[in-house]
Design a protein around this ligand. Sequence first.
Ligand SMILES: [Zn+2]
Length: 81
Amino acid sequence: MINEKKISKAGGVTIPSGIRRELGIENGERVKIDVNNAGDIILKRITGSCILCGGNENLIKVDNKYICKGCISKINDIVKD
Ligand SMILES: [Zn+2]
């Protein structure tokens, strides 16, 4: 899939709707912008952060919010007692 886009005056680029649809990218989602050694611009999705600890690894989506597996494990321990 080859897509060419023009960069706007403000420096913006629109991700084609087909790609957004295919990847399930939603409005308001955040991305991290990086440049590799070859000078390629890399967009990396930030899926969110845990509502309890703020971490961003091992996230599970619950009602459009994220919670990490570590916090779920802590909650499970509390609920067991
Ligand atoms: Zn957490």
